[in-house]
Write a protein that binds this ligand. Sequence first.
Ligand code: DX5
Ligand code: ZN
Length: 217
Amino acid sequence: MTKIAPSILSADFAKLGQEIEDVEKGGAEYIHVDVMDGHFVPNITIGPLIVEAIKPITDLPLDVHLMIEDPDSYIPSFAEAGASILTVHQEASVHLHRTIQLIKDAGVKAGVAINPATPAEFIKEVLPDIDLVLIMTVNPGFGGQSFISSSVEKMKKVDRWRKELGLNFEIEVDGGVNTSTAKLCTDAGADVLVAGSAVYNKEDRKQAIQEILDTTK
Ligand code: DX5
Ligand code: ZN
């Protein structure tokens, strides 16, 4: 079953609580939280304070995507704030294995993200250690960008490795996912579709989520 993870990056931050409630009622399975530091990516968004503030208002897992340098220094704060899944970028972690252990030691599920230019091979060694692989389908930093279709082959490769190695991590895709691109991803093995603008820029979020899911059937 495909899961939709709406990215609150495209929500109205002046009424964030309502915006989260809206997608929860609309069939979302994760709340995707985009953390950007102005160094790893050219944008600054939210920190542990916001994660802590939204934790009590939703029953959905908080899927926290760390687009930050030096993730090790911030893992404890995001774990304490209530993250359910912490995803770090391979490109931002020199000692990725250690970073993953830090996340697990904090009692949180561990994810690793790769940018469009990063080969899937760069995370192959850690696949047995993680709960989620996040394949970026845009260059991270902003919502509303166009889907980079060369990432589809990468999804297929990671899905193939998952079968060959008998693992059960989830494959999540992020960036430019909408009614035109969702099926390309699910056909290639993606389980979790992050959707920011395709959900939050629509008046009726439940309908937006359903329309994306319908295209994948
Ligand atoms: C991009 C973020 C995404 C973004 C997706 O850097 O990681 O999660 O919010 O937004 P859309 O779905 O609009 O591409
Ligand atoms: Zn994201």
